[in-house]
Write a protein of this length. Sequence first.
Length: 77
Amino acid sequence: MAYLLVLFSYQLSVISCQNHISITNNKNIDADMIISAQWSILCQETPGRGIYVATTNMKHLKIFVGEYAQNWRDIKF
């Protein structure tokens, strides 16, 4: 699982670089990439479930997580 997480994080970093989306230094994988990759893995493992990312950093996480990145105070169950 850890290898897959690092691989997905790297792929997201490459995608952001190719699309000229400045998120982090090209040589680093930051926390947003790791969180987005973890979200992607969980979505694949549990299709059809609403998996949200609770955050205060909407700017970067919305790029890869989309509408599932929510301010943690706004998430209602």
